[in-house]
Unconditional design. Structure first.
Length: 489
């Protein structure tokens, strides 16, 4: 079957229609597109000869339309760009407003003075004169202000109408993301784990937070993972912290420079469900941990309530507000409060320094090892001690793995009853009947663990005869039970 326009051409035709609306929205372009499509459909109804005769005519017409639209789009782009050109007067007015706002609101007067002096000096030296595009200009102002303050909360953007309750909307979080609570579990050894990726207001996130805290209420230790937490609402910070003390404690002070006012922040006297006030807490940090997540960590560290493990954080110790100036075509994100810890008399503006500094990817393993060591000091129950030692040895193997070459691993290869051990690409695998084969990690002394976390309750112990040859194996588990021996064929 013949066609005057192939699928790609028709898609291009549709794309030009969409672009015409975006670029200028003129009736002329839409009218031309409509005419082209009408011609296309009318030709489709004609006979094959007619289509062949008119294919060249249509192609020429299509090319003409494309050229016209391209030229017209270019002229429209230039018109729009010209309309948005920044004048010297407007650039200067924007800088004046920024200087005024930061001199009035920024919580550190000396830093505010340094920022405003810096951008004013750049203006005098003509370094902003080259900017005729608002997006690039506001981006450069953001860079300059941050370079003098080291405050990543600061932001200057082109104006767009913001909801009156933008901060509230942002801090309420999303149920689609489970209000930041990505994972809650009780790990082997009765160690609780919460992966929390954002702090959201208890008005929305409260039920989820309560459920999480009640779930880990009976653990012997708790690990809170904030490595991917960029902050959020400090009310959640206060709410969660309240679970970790048996009486009200002074967490922080929030100072507002504009009003010269200080607000004390204390833990709540009541929480829904049992408190977790007598178990060790470990908090995982990374260089991406920021703002409210830093405040939460720093406060518990200063109170001696948590051990922080991981990397030094970004440093964001200021509360923010949004300000809009439509007459200047800009929005401002302005820090206006600062945290002051009642014990250190300082804050985390330069980042929170962990108690145990390790790369972020090793923080989880390190925290588990520290937890087990801490619990083993006081644990008297033999079953619990066995389980904690089991967990500790497993993480030690992960952190400092034993490497066996192919010759050493080949000693274990073979069939043992209905289980086969296979060597592939320098790794030992267990293949059990029709189940998926499992990679094994050497732990020393002829013992192996499974790489898969779901199999962490079981390990394999091989045995040798008097000549040193591997002849059998058995499974044993974290409860201390040994399973039937499998003899090598």
């Amino acid at each position: 079957m013949f066609s005057l326009i192939d699928g790609d051409d028709y898609q291009r035709c549709r794309q030009f229609k969409e672009n015409s609306v975006y670029i200028g929205g003129t009736k002329l372009k839409n009218h031309l597109i409509t005419k082209v499509k009408q011609m296309y459909y009318s030709l489709k109804r004609g006979d094959i000869i007619m289509k062949l005769k008119t294919k060249i005519i249509y192609s020429l017409l299509f090319i003409s339309v494309v050229i016209f639209l391209s030229n017209h789009a270019f002229s429209q782009d230039k018109r729009i760009e010209t309309d948005d050109l920044l004048t010297a007067e407007k650039r200067s007015a924007i800088i004046d407003k920024i200087m005024e706002v930061f001199d009035e609101y920024y919580p550190l007067p000396d830093v505010a003075a340094d920022m405003t002096k810096f951008i004013n000096q750049k203006r005098k030296e003509g370094e902003y004169d080259k900017f005729t595009d608002l997006v690039k200009f506001t981006s450069q102002l953001t860079i300059d202000l941050r370079s003098r303050s080291n405050d990543l909360h600061i932001k200057v953007t082109p104006y767009e109408k913001l909801p009156d309750d933008l901060l509230d909307e942002t801090r309420l979080g999303s149920p689609d993301e489970n209000y930041g609570f990505r994972k809650v579990e009780i790990m082997l050894g009765n160690i609780g784990y919460i992966e929390l990726n954002s702090f959201n207001n208890p008005k929305s996130a409260g039920p989820t937070a309560i459920a999480a805290m009640n779930f880990v209420a009976h653990c012997d230790a708790l690990i809170i993972d904030l490595r991917a937490n960029g902050g959020g609402d400090t009310d959640m910070d206060q709410f969660l912290s309240s679970y970790f003390f048996d009486k009200s404690r002074h967490l922080s002070d929030s100072y507002t420079r504009k009003d010269d006012r200080t607000e004390q922040i204390w833990t709540q006297t009541w929480v829904p469900g049992p408190r977790i006030s007598d178990v060790p807490i470990y908090i995982l940090l990374s260089r991406n941990t920021y703002s409210a997540a830093e405040g939460f960590s720093y406060q518990l560290q200063q109170l001696g309530r948590a051990v922080l493990i991981g990397e030094k954080t970004k440093g964001g110790a200021h509360g923010v507000q949004y300000q809009s100036y439509p007459e200047l075509s800009i929005n401002l994100k302005v820090p206006y409060t600062r945290d002051i810890n009642p014990y250190s008399k300082s804050n985390y503006i330069d980042g929170v320094i962990p108690d145990i500094e390790v790369p972020a990817e090793k923080a989880f393993i390190t925290a588990n090892m520290e937890t087990c060591k801490k619990l083993l000091v006081t644990e008297t129950n033999n079953e619990k001690r066995y389980r904690l030692e089991w967990v500790l040895s497993g993480y030690e193997a992960d952190l400092d793995p034993i490497v066996l070459n192919d010759e050493a691993l080949s000693e274990y290869v073979g069939i043992y009853g209905n289980v086969e051990f296979i060597l592939e690409c320098g790794k030992l695998y267990e293949q059990w009947e029709n189940k998926t084969k499992q990679e094994l990690i050497p732990m020393g002394n002829d013992q192996f663990k499974y790489r898969e976390k779901k199999e962490e309750k079981f390990r394999i112990q091989f045995s040798r005869d008097e000549k040193g040859k591997v002849t059998e194996f058995f499974w044993h588990d974290s409860d201390g039970d040994k399973h039937p021996v499998k003899v090598r064929k």
